[in-house]
Write a protein that binds this ligand. Structure first.
Ligand code: UDP
Length: 336
């Protein structure tokens, strides 16, 4: 039986990806024995530290996951593997229900079958859809407006049902807008063709794009552009380690918690920050709204603040942008 973090091996699915690779670093920095399973479709081998075993396999492969769990005596799983592009989920919903829902079902079955006791699941604020009120709390209605959000919500539901039926507890962490990069530049957001605002803006600041589009200027927000709750990926990674501790300490409890700082910045404020930090003036193009974008989406984070001793270190928007920019330069230096 799992009793402490010291005696535990943690399996990180998607540990070669953006958020997963930061979680691996956080676990490793806490001295927790960690292994990674990743099919490397969007992840990178280099993103997994050399002393962390990497099993190249799909989480939908029951035999491979089961073998990994038993061979390494895995006691807990941090589950990041999945597809994350919202517009793609609208065009190709079955890909999302396969990668995010069906494969999660297989992973959870392998976990239950092989005696894993704790699962932390990478969920999303997209489960709320367009909330009636912001900041949005965990018990607000869940009405995803795209297959991505629904595919994650379905996995949350599976976990809730499984936790009632088996000796396993889970924590679903609903991420808001994840940005930034490891302050030591060991990993960062590396996907080509990224669409997320801060990544797009730092690329533009370095001349990799000639402009940034501002999608909508008529939102019901102070300056008319969309407002989001940007959270530094390393603070988010730390929340996973703390959530794991909580699951181990109280095995009969499962948790669902928002991960955001509880404050929002508009698109204009983000672009101003990138201009300021990079010392440039990004070319801004005003365009129409993107389908399905809410006016404002910020987290009520009172639950995570009350339940975990989470003290974010990088709440400042300029720091998030500084780290995102430093990683973008690192990508250039390494010529990825
Ligand atoms: N956004 C924008 N231009 C871009 C990318 C995003 O104006 O090139 C806006 C988008 O409409 C939203 C905010 O920036 O208001 C954050 O969007 P992002 O795609 O980063 O994350 P999302 O909130 O959609 O998950």
């Amino acid at each position: 039986m799992t009793t402490s973090l010291d005696s535990l091996t943690v399996l990180v699915t998607g540990g070669a990806g953006y958020i997963g690779s930061h979680a691996v670093l956080a676990l490793r920095d806490h001295g927790i024995k960690t292994i990674v399973i990743d099919n490397l479709t969007t992840g990178y081998r280099w993103a997994v530290p050399a002393d962390v075993p990497l099993i190249v396999a799909d989480i939908g492969d029951f035999a491979a996951v089961s073998r990994t769990i038993t061979q390494h005596d895995v006691g807990a799983i941090l589950h990041f593997a999945g597809s994350v592009v919202v517009p793609e989920s609208v065009e190709n919903p079955l890909k999302y229900y396969a990668n995010n829902t069906a494969n999660s079902r297989t992973l959870i079955e392998a976990a239950v079958t092989n005696g894993v006791r704790h699962i932390i699941f990478s969920s999303t604020a997209a489960t709320y859809g367009i909330p009636d009120h912001v900041p949005v709390a965990e018990d607000a209605p869940k009405s995803p407006i795209n297959p991505y959000g629904m595919s994650k919500l379905m996995t949350e539901q599976m976990l809730a049902d499984v936790a009632k039926a088996h000796s396993i507890n889970y924590c679903a962490l609903r991420y808001f807008n994840v940005a930034g990069a490891d302050p030591k530049r060991r990993t960062g957001q590396s996907t080509a063709g990224a669409t997320h605002l801060i990544k797009v803006a730092v690329e533009a600041a370095l001349g990799k794009r000639d402009h940034v589009s501002i999608f909508g200027t008529d939102y019901d927000t102070p300056d008319g552009t969309g407002v989001r709750d940007y959270i530094h990926v390393s603070d988010l990674a730390d929340a996973h380690v703390l959530a794991l501790k909580a699951l181990i300490e109280v095995p009969e409890e499962s948790l669902t918690m928002n991960c955001g700082y509880g404050r929002g910045f508009s698109v204009t404020e983000v672009l101003d920050a990138v201009d300021r930090v990079a010392g440039v003036k990004i070319n801004r193009k005003f365009e129409g709204r993107r389908a399905g974008d809410p006016d404002a989406l910020t987290a009520d984070n009172s639950r995570i603040r009350a339940r975990l001793p989470w003290t974010p270190a990088y709440e400042d928007l300029d720091i998030i942008v500084t780290h995102a920019l430093a990683w973008e330069k690192e990508l250039e230096r390494r010529a990825f």
